[in-house]
Structures are given as structure tokens and as C-alpha cells.
Design a protein around this ligand. Structure first.
Ligand SMILES: [Zn+2]
Length: 88
């Protein structure tokens, strides 16, 4: 987890193991609301490798994850709900 001077917080979630770890980076505002997410460069390298191995049927350029990520979040009022967050 990384905290910046403006209060922004970034959390990396690993998507693969290995030295070139593919990760999704989630960005939170100072009030800890989720602002958005992005994939690391190594995520896209990993994606292309899976494409070449035939394990992913779409190209990195056309990846549906570029359109946003579905996340689950919980509040006392609503319980679990899913939301779509923008990916940059
Ligand atoms: Zn994809």
C-alpha cells in the first residue's frame, strides 16, 4: 500500500505470481472512496502471454477489463452490492 502527500492511497492486488508480477492498482481518495483502477504494464505483458498460449481468446487491446472493473463492496445500510469502477 502506498500513501501520497495529497492523501491518495494506492493498493496493488497481485493477479499472477513470478518475478514480473501482474497487478491491478486500485486508487482511493483521502476519504478512502474508490476512485478507479489501472493495470500495471506487467499485467498486459502477462495478458499477451496467455493470449499466445491460447488461454485468453481476446487481445489485450480489446480486453473487457479496460471498460471497467466489477467490484463488490459492503456497507451497513445496503449489505453487499457490486459497482463498476473506471479503469485508466
Ligand atoms: Zn482480458
Amino acid at each position: 500500500m502506498l500513501t501520497f502527500d495529497d492523501g491518495t492511497v494506492q493498493v496493488q492486488a497481485a493477479e499472477s505470481g513470478g518475478p514480473q508480477m501482474a497487478a491491478t492498482v486500485y486508487e482511493f481518495g483521502p476519504d478512502l472512496t474508490l476512485r478507479g483502477a489501472r493495470m500495471t504494464d506487467s499485467f498486459w505483458e502477462w495478458h499477451r502471454r496467455l493470449e499466445q498460449e491460447g488461454r485468453i481468446a481476446h487481445s489485450a487491446e480489446l480486453c473487457p477489463e479496460r471498460q471497467g472493473l466489477e467490484i463488490q463492496h459492503w456497507t451497513r445500510l445496503t449489505g453487499w452490492t457490486s459497482a463498476r469502477i473506471p479503469v485508466r
